[in-house]
Design a protein around this ligand. Structure first.
Ligand SMILES: Cc1ncc(C[n+]2csc(CCOP(=O)(O)OP(=O)(O)O)c2C)c(N)n1
Ligand SMILES: [Mg+2]
Length: 658
């Protein structure tokens, strides 16, 4: 291996050596503990230390770094106290996730490290968001993110690189090409010579770097970071290296040809560099021994601290309370001045007033800038807030949701407009796995609202009509809002934007231009988790939300003899069951109307909870009414019969007569 010292001084040369030695020695210790059954899974970075250490040392302490599962050297280079790492791996409280997640699946704002989720790819988009926040804040910073060569096959990789290039984000995309993704060799993973070559297709620069040569890694990355801080732009780096151990320790390396192992063993980044330093008299054998002793002592002391810490104990209230970030709701009472506007205008107004209120709020979505979005909700926004805050995105829902997550990590707020709620499936993974779980895992907020123009009755067929709230009410960590009236839509959207937790905000397209209401002109908020009793009666309780509320009102108006309580839920998570229980205890009968297909929807859970809480008050079985168990059809005759409006009328009459 050839080393070029360039203008690095002896101290730096020694720092780089020490930087690699530490994670190697920790790993060697961990492998022993693993065999003794004292820690769980282990992903080895042995042989790849030069990349983690070289890149981290080239970054400034205030620059974010997003490592993967083989980057122990990132954590040690940021000087995290080792006992905290050890506690993390043992699932103890002084780790970073209080026993809630394992290995390197955590982040820490204190050390500006944002760890991975298992799904690999979303990391890349999160880096985009962090870099975007730095860019908008005119901070001359770089964000570095890691990926293996295997994960470059995920769509997230393509999406994140494309966004970074289109938006000129200073992200250092670091591919560690270590020959395998689990057991899959590179020739079964991709069919190009170098992954770095892909940069050309995204319109960005790239470099191929010998990932086993610490001086090459450090000097090249350092030089690139300096250039990117001056002139922000993304960079794709392909580090050629090799995975010297199994994917994780239990899975072995039988499938790796021995010759390949031998070839790469000769390129060990630490052994080679150590010989070089000795030859050049930059370090002496004695100093090396002393360093090793010191590290060994540090490891043992810190291990003792971690082992001495008692295992986590279960506290149900604590677990439940920490799924969401605490939100100190500030009620801002609407001022009397009202205007009669459409549902769509109310949303637009809320969004606009929130943009004035929160300078750190960014809106992203397809065609939302000058075009104003397909529903024209952001029409005119670019002239008021500029294109850097009202951002057109490429068609890439997954990486945009991840970008929103990154903005939040770096101190901003984001609203993402799904062009249609149906398309959220392309951004599903980061919503349910990243945004939803991040607070519970490592106490980080996901200050993101996802706007979801949804719903049927508009003759738009299976892919532009769904109301898919049940995909999200199922997932702890998300809040789900579903207003039925303009005034609620505005007040709840304002609250959603204030709330630091991830909110799915459903807007029924059918209501956009058909429903008018008196809406306070100025800014105001409405609380989550408070249903609205729209009309009162003693004989039957009707519960619904969204367009269903309007269908229920229509049917009830047609049958003035039915004296019903009508409950508009307004938010589905949190869900105001108290209002439902109180009503059912009074009326003794409950019918729940939801637009979505019936099975597995929120109506089923409301029904179950009412059975559990109010059984002795019920005079009839709880009735659920929803759409037919088919995709949403296009033709009028089919869609009319798919939707539950007509069935609701007959079921209401049946239950009333029961
Ligand atoms: C979406 C998803 N698919 C599959 C896996 C299982 N898995 C975890 S790591 C891995 C291999 C990753 O290979 P690579 O990106 O090259 O990283 P390396 O492990 O080599 O560092 C696989 C298949 C996963 N965690 N997430
Ligand atoms: Mg790999």
């Amino acid at each position: 291996m050839r080393y070029h010292i360039g203008d690095l001084d002896h101290q730096k040369l020694r720092d780089l050596y020490l930087g690699m030695l530490k994670p190697r020695m920790i790993e060697e210790k961990m492998l022993i503990l693993l065999r003794q059954g004292k820690i769980s899974k282990w992903f080895s970075g042995i042989g790849q230390e030069a990349i983690s250490v070289g890149v981290t040392q080239a970054l400034k302490a205030e620059e974010y770094i997003l490592p993967m599962h083989r980057n122990l050297g990132v954590f040690t280079s940021r000087n995290i106290p080792l006992h905290r790492l050890f506690s993390q791996w043992q699932g103890k409280r002084s780790g970073f996730t209080q026993g809630r997640d394992r290995s390197f699946h955590f982040g820490t704002q204190e050390y500006k490290i944002v760890g991975m989720i298992s799904h690999l790819g979303p990391q890349l988009g999160v880096a985009d968001g962090i870099a975007l926040a730095d860019l908008l804040g005119r901070k001359k910073r770089v964000t570095a993110v890691f990926t293996g060569e295997g994960a470059t096959s995920e769509g997230d990789f393509h999406e994140a690189l494309n966004i970074a290039s289109v938006w000129n984000l200073p992200v250092l995309f670091c591919i560690e090409n270590n020959g395998y993704g689990l057991s899959t060799p590179t020739n079964e993973q991709y069919n190009c010579e170098n992954l770095a070559d892909r940069a050309k297709g995204y319109g960005m620069e790239s470099r191929i770097i010998d990932g086993n040569n610490i001086l090459e890694v450090y000097t090249k990355v350092d030089e690139l970071c300096k250039a990117m801080r001056k002139r922000p732009r993304p960079m794709l780096l392909e580090f050629k290296t090799f995975r010297m151990r199994g994917h994780e320790e239990a899975s072995g390396t039988k499938y790796v040809p021995e010759k390949l192992m031998d070839k790469w063993a000769k390129k060990d980044p630490i052994a080679n560099y150590e010989s070089f330093l000795l030859e050049e008299n930059i370090i002496s054998q004695g100093e090396i021994e002393k360093l090793k002793e010191e590290i060994s002592e540090e490891i043992n002391e810190n291990l003792k601290m971690a082992f001495d810490e008692s295992p986590v104990s279960f506290d149900e209230t604590k677990e439940l309370n920490e799924v969401y970030q605490y939100f100190d709701y500030q009620h801002i009472e609407p001022i009397e001045e009202l205007e009669n506007i459409r549902f769509v205008d109310a949303i637009s107004q809320g969004l606009e007033q929130s943009m004035y209120r929160h300078n750190e709020l960014i809106i992203m979505g397809q065609d939302i800038a000058d075009y104003g979005g397909v529903f024209k909700i952001t029409e005119g926004f670019t002239s008021k807030f500029g294109k850097s805050r009202v951002r057109n995105t490429p068609i890439c829902e997954s990486a945009i949701v991840s970008t929103a997550m990154g903005l939040s990590i770096n101190g901003m707020k984001a609203v993402v407009e799904m062009q249609f709620a149906d398309f959220v499936s392309s951004g599903f993974n980061p919503i349910v796995n990243y945004l939803a779980k991040v607070h519970y895992r490592w106490n980080e907020k996901a200050d993101v609202v996802i706007r979801m123009p949804c719903g049927g009755g508009v003759g738009a067929g299976p892919f532009h009509s769904q109301t898919n709230e049940a995909w999200f009410t199922k997932t702890p960590g998300l809040k789900v809002v579903y207003p039925a009236f303009p005034a609620d839509a505005k007040g709840l959207l304002n609250t959603a934007i204030n709330d630091p937790n991830p909110v799915l905000f459903f807007e029924h397209k059918g209501l956009y231009r058909s429903v008018y209401g008196d809406v306070p002109k100025d800014y105001y908020t409405l609380p989550f988790g408070k249903a609205n009793l729209l009309r009162t009666g003693n004989s039957i309780t009707v519960v619904s939300y969204g367009a269903g509320v309007h269908w229920a009102m229509e049917v009830l108006e047609k049958h003035p003899n039915i004296d019903a309580d009508l409950v508009d839920l307004r938010t589905l998570q949190p869900l105001d069951m108290d209002t439902v229980f109180t009503s059912v205890k009074k009326t003794g009968k409950l019918i729940i109307l939801q637009e979505d297909t019936l099975f597995g929807g929120i109506a089923s859970d409301i029904s179950a909870m009412v059975m559990e809480e109010c059984f002795q008050y019920l005079d009839a079985p709880v009735k659920r009414v929803g759409s037919l168990e088919t995709p949403v059809p296009f033709a009028k005759a089919l869609e009319e019969n798919y939707l539950p409006k007509q069935r609701f009328e007959s079921e209401l009459l049946n239950l009333y007569a029961y």
